[in-house]
Design a protein around this ligand. Structure first.
Ligand code: ADP
Ligand code: MG
Length: 476
């Protein structure tokens, strides 16, 4: 069903977008423990935080955040895992802080949508965002001709602002949207939808354009409508008003208007502010909240990346280790206090090999992570070399004894004494003159033979780096 405003120059189409403020159902305010109670005595529900006494700090009410997230899920919207509060600066008597704590760039809920049902069929209305903000107090002008009084009971009460796309084309669609949203909030229990108490109210943005135009016209925003009937009337009035201005050659000023329920008209309240008028900036008193994200563990991809970036593991090893939580846990226990790469090699090459041979899972390993860590420590500080370490690991598998005990009992400590290694080399060279000649004539592969012989004569305990070093010099 189309709704067109007939003009002298042709038909005009309406474009409508709603900003709905819904009070979050919660026993206490958004940033203080003050109770949220309708009908309390004036200023009975006001803490120092709500009154913005110097030095008072806001503390997020987690329940309110949860309510907003529930609502976001209810309108099929994207939940933003990181979000923060901004200060929206303006000066008004009922706003004691001098700014409203709201959300600007990173609202808790992003794009969503809602289906509305009309006699003519269903339509999907886009939702731009949902953000959380605090309500202001209330100015009372009826008590004195000279003074205004302020009731801060509502100051700091949690609100959700749910902003629609300019997707509605008729007053009925706007009404249907508002009603459907109210129903969803009531189902969710995130807002009581009480229109009379002002717990749910809409700012209605209206513009008109010639049928067939694709560009949006300049909009006016009608503030604080809390009845579907008034909303419909206000839109109809506003549309006719704008068409008349445009048809008589005028232009629409973007402004904020009020609906006079008695006269059935909208009238100027103030010219419309732009976002930059509010000097938005992140509220330094409140940290970004990503509490739900914080409860997530480090996931496999993040683990893998961290192993690569900060531990220097190869992408392959990082992938193998992070692929199962039990393996990652085991690895991290091995690497604790030890060289990350050596730990990774001994896990993936040596331990896995032995486990596979016996058909054991990592959780069934006879060598605990701490025990393997100790072995890595002995390799790291040169107590034993890699070759001996393999034998030690075999014995750890068989006997369950700790590495250090096996090394001590069997006298496997590495030989790093230069003199002892040199003596062993000299003996091997003396006994193998023919091989030395071969090597010197260009058969470089022979080098491995000498290393093997020296290792054999030292019981495999020679420090390989020192051995290589001296052997090279002796053979040159
Ligand atoms: P502000 O807070 O400055 O009003 P928002 O972007 O939060 O700005 O809200 C703008 C609202 O006005 C949205 O609901 C949007 O769909 C609607 N809107 C934007 N442009 C138009 C337009 N040309 N005609 C009608 N509604 C519009
Ligand atoms: Mg607005």
């Amino acid at each position: 069903m189309t709704y067109l405003v007939k003009g002298q120059t042709g038909d005009w189409e309406l474009v409508i977008g709603l900003e709905v403020h819904a009070q979050i159902t919660s026993n206490s305010k958004l940033f203080s423990g003050s109770p949220v109670q309708f009908g309390s005595e004036t200023n009975a529900n006001v803490s120092f935080v709500d009154a913005a006494m110097p030095g008072m700090l806001p503390v997020i009410n987690a329940h309110c955040i949860e309510q907003a997230v529930r609502t976001g899920l209810g309108i099929n919207a994207q939940i933003n895992l990181t979000s923060y509060f901004d200060r929206k600066n303006y000066f008004y008597a009922d706003l004691p802080q001098g700014y409203q704590i709201s959300q600007y760039l990173d609202p808790i809920v992003g794009k969503g949508e809602m289906i509305i049902d009309l006699p003519s069929g269903s339509r999907t209305i886009g939702i731009t965002r949902l953000h959380i903000e605090q309500d202001a107090g209330k100015s009372m002008h009826e008590h004195s001709p000279k003074y205004s009084y302020i009731d801060l009971n509502r100051a700091g009460v949690a609100l959700m602002e749910i902003v629609s796309e300019p997707d509605m084309r008729t007053p009925e669609e706007a009404a249907a949207y508002f009603k459907k949203l109210r129903t969803i909030l009531l189902y969710l229990g995130t807002c009581d939808g009480d229109l009379e108490k002002g717990n749910m109210r809409a700012d209605v943005n209206v513009s008109v354009r010639k049928v067939g135009d694709t560009k949006l016209g300049t909009r006016c925003e009608i503030k604080n409508l809390n009845s579907v009937r008034f909303m419909t009337k206000a839109i109809e009035f506003e549309a006719r008003r704008q068409v008349e201005i445009l048809e008589s050659g005028g232009s629409i000023d973007q402004e904020t208007r009020l609906f006079d329920t008695e006269k059935g008209e909208t009238r100027t309240m103030r010219s419309k502010e732009d976002a930059h008028d509010y000097r938005y900036f992140p509220d330094p008193d409140l940290l970004p909240f990503d509490s739900i994200r914080k409860t997530l563990p480090e996931l496999p991809d993040q683990k893998k990346q961290r192993y690569i970036d900060t531990l220097g593991l190869s992408p392959y090893d990082a992938g193998v280790i992070s692929s199962e939580k039990e393996i990652a846990d085991y690895y991290e226990a091995v690497a604790k206090g030890h060289d990350a790469k050596i730990a990774s090699n001994w896990l993936t090459a040596e331990l896995f090999g032995r486990l596979n041979k016996q058909g054991l899972e990592i959780t069934e390993s006879p060598v605990s992570a701490e025990a393997l860590g100790e072995l890595v420590g002995l390799i790291e500080n040169n107590t034993i070399n890699g070759k001996i370490a393999k034998e030690v690991l075999d014995k750890m598998f068989e006997t369950g004894k700790p590495a250090k005990q096996i090394v001590d009992e069997e006298g496997l400590t590495q030989v790093t004494d230069l003199g002892a290694i040199e003596k062993a080399i000299d003996e091997v060279i003396a006994a193998n003159q023919d091989k030395v000649a071969e090597y010197k004539s260009g058969k470089e592969k022979m080098f491995g033979f000498f290393v093997g012989q020296v290792m054999k004569s030292t019981g495999g305990k020679a420090n390989p780096a020192i051995l290589n070093d001296i052997l090279k010099k002796k053979l040159s």
